[in-house]
Unconditional design. Structure first.
Length: 193
């Protein structure tokens, strides 16, 4: 604590140095923190500058779903990598970003052969988006495809506690959210196709 006070150039005998009073103040919640909008913009631009080199070093591919089968979420970028380590933009094996219900970008560390889009791949991408969502998933139809824990293709979501509100154009004005459960879809949920 003394080191932090020295860094803040606060004298050790100042009121700011009293740990118990400061803790009492923080716990009282009798304060508010705010920042100007410019600060948030500055932070976003600095964050973007930090990840741009990682994004530029990737091999990007585009997948197009003619019938608009991709879903989106409130956390629109999914990163996947080694289970044993923290995954970020620099070390993710793949970065997935659904641009719309028709278009998904994939960024890989190494060059892959062209990916052939299949219903199973769409289901796998949708499942990743569901798992990375914080609270909401966006879909243009109630029977979007996904994979259960056993990696079986599913389209019914009634058995996994997801409430669907549809939009006509996912990713565009008027989008309605789908509530996402805190756990992955139930393995016992059955679907058709």
């Amino acid at each position: 604590m003394e080191e932090s006070l020295k860094e803040a150039e606060a004298p050790l005998d100042s009121p700011e140095a009293d740990y118990h009073k400061m803790r009492e103040f923080v716990e009282s919640e009798q304060y508010s923190l705010s920042a100007e909008a410019e600060w948030y913009v500055q932070q976003a631009l600095q964050g973007a500058q930090a990840i741009i080199p990682s994004l530029l070093n990737r091999h990007w591919q585009v997948s197009i779903s003619r019938n608009g089968s991709f879903i989106g979420s409130d956390d629109p970028v999914a990163l996947d990598g080694e289970k044993s380590q923290m995954v970020g933009f620099a070390n993710a094996g793949v970065i997935i970003f659904p641009v719309s219900r028709h278009v998904v970008l994939h960024g890989y560390v190494s060059l892959l052969m062209s990916i052939h889009l299949t219903e199973m791949l769409i289901a796998r991408l949708n499942t990743m988006m569901m798992l990375y969502a914080q609270e909401q998933v966006f879909s243009s139809k109630p029977d979007f495809c996904w994979l259960d824990k056993s990696e079986r293709y599913q389209t019914l979501i009634g058995n996994c506690s997801i409430k669907v509100r549809l939009s006509h154009r996912c990713g565009e004005p008027g989008v309605s959210p789908v509530a996402v459960p805190s756990a992955p879809p139930a393995a016992g949920a059955q679907g058709s196709r």
